[in-house]
Design a protein around this ligand. Sequence first.
Ligand code: BG6
Ligand code: MG
Length: 223
Amino acid sequence: MTKFADIKGFVFDLDGVITDTSILHGTAWHQLADSLGVAWSEELGNGLKGISRMDSLEMILKAGGKENDYTEAEKEKLAAQKNTNYVAEVDKMTPANILPGMKDFLDSLRANGYQLSLASASKNAPRVLGKLQLADYFPKIVDPASLKKGKPDPEIYTKGAELLNLPPEQCIGVEDAAAGVAAINAAGEVSLGIGDATELGAADMVFADTSLVTLANIEKKLG
Ligand code: BG6
Ligand code: MG
């Protein structure tokens, strides 16, 4: 088992970890599901966390038994419609939308010489980081368009460690989604989950909220 002293880098998810955009994604998908006549549930919403745009749409259509009702071109249009609504909300964001404690955590990682990369499934990640004024912290971003498979496949976290030139076991992956924790574990990194301990039970460590994520608390858990 990796010890705290072995850790050299952090590979971050974005939505729901650094900022509260998971709520905005959820609202935009909920609106689209309503317009398609697909019943929304908290379970459906949670299952979409960490999942790429087109895979999310497929999951919504499947939940409503409508997976065969649309052509690829129509699906592209539906996904674009969701994205337009989402981006309109993102454009209202400011650094006040950084989740509690996350700016301090990022500063402490920098001050202590850890390397950082971003492993977000979102094609809007650079835009979101810009709004939060955090782009400087993440010069190394995995391009989600380069991925063969999305989370829970390990590819995005494997690439996140590669960007840092670090072996996976020297990296902590930070996630709010079960699919993301599965991806981190499969990549051989240490998984840090933020949120509900039952939902994120597969993580090596879970913190109930972002304000608890500090180097001191991570050291306590890893030893
Ligand atoms: C993930 C979110 O980070 O990015 C998902 O958790 C979202 O909810 C996915 O669907 C893709 O985002 P985007 O911005 O490319 O549609
Ligand atoms: Mg997330």
